[in-house]
Design a protein around this ligand. Structure first.
Ligand code: NDP
Length: 288
């Protein structure tokens, strides 16, 4: 193995500390802490763990965590009404509705209802449009976390060849938009891509967001590439990424592990997005 291991856990801890360090000045200016409202519908165990961790880390950063737990059978109208109340609440800067929702609820309808300025997940089409247009946007947490790790590892990304595997609204598409904005030459691969190894052979940067365990093989990579593995797959052998770590680590220049790579970045960026939303809403400048 020759690749450097990118320590997302340490980077995320540092980011959470930096976020926390801005809270006292915000409180001084506004008389309140930034507030993040998280809505959990039903009892999905993985979602419950995520929501608990989000609450814990929000409070640890000195911010206000507002948690709403709704019954799995809640009607769409009731969920919409809660979002309306959170939109109107001046102490709420960020609104996050934990996905997936039970099948009788329409997630798109809920996302469209969230005030784009409070949309700390960055899933509202207005934010996707702002990101694509180069306007100030709320950017989805996972791809923004990947970008932070890449810039920390590589510095200026301008002119690099990047392949993003996956085109979801949550990861792949915003990742491609972020890398394009940083002047990378971006290829977006997906399930219909023919000959993925051909594209990977030329890629300085690979972001894998496929949802298939150990899908990307080391021999497909350009020697020295920087590999960001977004995948979280639960298998009999435990948690594995979308990249075959051992073969990739012998070819790549740097690689994120799973766990301990991209995963911890997501909540840290959520806190950062909440801090940014709070400052924008109050018109308080933020020197990140
Ligand atoms: P989606 O299932 O929404 O998207 C997967 C993408 O991979 C699709 O665009 C799909 O293509 C593409 N794909 C599927 N098979 C292939 C293939 N054989 N070759 C090339 N592309 C393929 O997943 P998400 O984007 O939501 O998540 C991706 C992974 O990231 C998952 O493992 C998920 O658990 C993880 N994740 C981790 C997060 C974190 O905090 N670290 C946060 C979010 C996700 P097509 O569009 O053609 O179907």
């Amino acid at each position: 193995m020759s690749a450097r291991i990118i320590d997302g856990k340490a980077f995320a801890a540092d980011l959470r500390e930096r976020v926390a360090s801005h809270v006292p000045a915000f409180r001084e200016r506004t008389g309140r802490s930034p507030g993040l409202a998280v809505v959990l519908v039903g009892e999905d165990p993985a979602s419950a763990v995520y929501v608990r961790n989000k609450g814990k880390m929000t409070r640890a950063a000195g911010m206000e965590s507002i948690e709403h737990r709704l019954d799995a059978k809640v009607e769409q109208d009731e969920l919409n009404a809660l979002v309306d109340r959170l939109n109107a609440d001046p102490t709420v800067d960020g609104i996050l509705v934990q996905l997936p929702l039970p099948p009788h609820l329409d997630a798109d309808e809920v996302i469209l209802r969230i005030d784009p300025d409070k949309d700390v997940d960055g899933f509202h089409p207005v934010n996707a449009g702002r990101l694509a247009s180069g306007l100030p946007a709320m950017v989805p947490c996972t791809p923004l976390g990947c970008l932070m790790l890449l810039e920390d590892e590589l510095g200026d990304l301008s002119g690099k060849d990047a392949v993003v595997i996956g085109r979801s609204n949550i990861v792949g598409k915003p990742m491609a938009a972020l890398l394009t904005a940083k002047s990378c030459t971006v290829t977006v691969a997906h399930s219909r891509t023919r000959n993925l190894p051909h594209y990977l052979k030329h890629a300085d940067i690979v972001v894998a967001a496929v949802g298939r365990p150990q899908f990307v093989h080391g021999e497909w990579l350009k020697p020295g590439a920087t590999v960001i593995d977004v995948g979280i797959n639960r298998t009999e052998d435990g948690l594995v990424g979308d990249v075959d770590f051992d073969s990739a680590a012998s070819m790549a220049g740097a690689i994120t592990p799973v766990p301990g790579g991209v995963g911890p970045m997501t909540i840290a960026v959520l806190l950062r997005n909440t801090l940014v939303a709070a400052h924008r809403r109050e018109g308080v400048p933020l020197d990140e």
